[in-house]
Each structure stands twice: as structure tokens, then as C-alpha cells.
Write a protein that binds this ligand. Structure first.
Ligand code: ATP
Ligand code: MG
Length: 201
């Protein structure tokens, strides 16, 4: 069995190698531009990740905007906090589509919110824009995919955009710089636990 000094040496050598590799990758990444991120998949954590990014940017003094498609019946904790910190919100006026079951009204509400989002995507004052649950608007046909592609592609070069929601369209996935898929391993709701304020909304 190797004695302790030998183990320490090997540990040090391994760490040095990792550091050299990381440093090389950091040096190689020279491009500076706003990023397009997608957080998709069936597991919990997409919107919280999007809002986490907004909180991070606000912490650096950056200007942020949030478009919320599919508003629930509950007030959203993130909005309460972030609006007080200068984040602009465009929130869809209707509740979940499966509750209203009125395609015309849902389309109009989605279009109104999308119009406000397009303004943010065209405004270089915004450093980061979160389009929460936008994927569903494309899936249901409330917002045209081509319009989304155009607005995101033509946004100010230093502006970052985060899109959340299940089933992100493959065209958006191809366009994005960073895509993460949150996989559902298990969720409390499946074992009959109620959604919880502060955790789920
Ligand atoms: P969160 O807002 O918690 O990050 P999310 O954005 O990943 O969740 P959504 O599909 O937008 O997920 O759903 C929002 C609500 O549904 C939250 O209350 C969340 O806890 C719940 N939820 C998310 N994923 C699941 C799941 N796999 N099963 C049951 N409920 C879920
Ligand atoms: Mg969500």
C-alpha cells in the first residue's frame, strides 16, 4: 500500500494536471457575446433556474426583463422580489390554458405578452431577458416559431436570453448556445404532496 507522502504527491500531480487543462480551456474561450440558453425537460427546476440567472444578473447591477407565459393562479414569489429590484415583468393575463379552454382569449393574451417581450429583445438596455414557459406558446401555436427565431437572432449582441419550458422546439435548440434538459427522477406531487409556497411558486 502506498504511504501518505506518496498519496499526497499523486494527489498534487493530479490536481495540477486538472488545473492546467481548465486554464487552457479558459484561455481558449475568447469570444464575448450575449448567450441564448434553454432550460427544458420534464423535471422540476426550469423556471427556478431561469429566475436564478436573473437574480445573478441583478446582483451584478444588470438590467433584466421577464416575460411570463402561462400565469398560474398563485402569485409568483420571484416577481415580488425582482420587481422591487428594477426587473420589468410582462405577465400573461389569463390562467392556465386548460382552465380557460378558450383558444382565442389565450392567443390574444399570449400575443400581448409576446409583444412586450419583443420590445425587450430589441432594446439594448436589457442585459438579460427571461422568457419563462415560452416553449408552450410555440407548441400551441399562440406565437409563431419564425417570430421567436427572428426576435432572438436579431437581439442586441451582448444581450442574453433564457427560454424555459418543456418540449423546446428543435429549431430553438439548434440556435441556442447552451441547452440543459432537466430530467424528472421523482416529484413530491406524484406521491400526493401539495405544491408548496416558497418551493413550487
Ligand atoms: P419550477 O418552477 O419549480 O422550477 P419548472 O419550471 O421546472 O418548475 P413547470 O413545468 O414550469 O416546471 O411547472 C411548474 C410547477 O409544476 C412547479 O410547482 C413545479 O414544482 C411543478 N412541477 C415541475 N415538474 C414537475 C413534475 N415532473 N411533476 C409534478 N410537478 C412538477
Ligand atoms: Mg416553469
Amino acid at each position: 500500500m502506498a504511504d501518505q507522502p506518496q498519496k499526497d504527491e499523486r494527489y498534487k500531480a493530479r490536481q495540477q494536471k486538472i488545473k492546467a487543462e481548465v486554464d487552457a480551456r479558459v484561455d481558449a474561450a475568447q469570444e464575448e457575446k450575449g448567450l441564448f440558453l434553454i432550460i427544458t425537460g420534464n423535471g422540476k427546476g426550469k423556471s427556478t433556474s431561469g429566475f436564478g440567472t436573473i437574480a445573478r444578473a441583478v446582483g451584478h447591477g444588470q438590467k433584466c426583463g421577464v416575460g411570463q407565459f402561462i400565469k398560474g393562479t398563485w402569485a409568483c414569489g420571484e416577481r415580488n422580489l425582482l420587481e422591487q429590484n428594477g426587473v420589468d415583468f410582462a405577465v400573461m393575463a389569463t390562467g392556465f390554458t386548460w382552465e380557460t379552454q378558450n383558444k382565442e382569449a389565450d392567443t390574444a393574451a399570449a400575443q400581448e405578452t409576446w409583444a412586450a417581450c419583443k420590445q425587450m429583445l430589441a432594446d439594448d438596455q436589457y442585459d438579460v431577458v427571461l422568457l419563462d414557459e415560452l416553449t408552450y406558446m410555440v407548441t400551441y401555436g399562440y406565437v409563431e416559431l419564425d417570430e421567436v427565431v427572428e426576435a432572438i437572432a436579431n437581439r442586441p449582441p451582448m444581450q442574453s436570453v433564457v427560454v424555459t419550458g418543456r418540449g423546446a422546439h428543435r429549431t430553438l435548440i439548434e440556435m441556442a448556445d447552451t441547452v440543459s434538459e432537466v430530467r424528472n427522477v421523482k416529484h413530491a406531487f406524484e406521491s400526493g404532496v401539495k405544491a408548496r409556497q416558497g418551493v413550487d411558486w
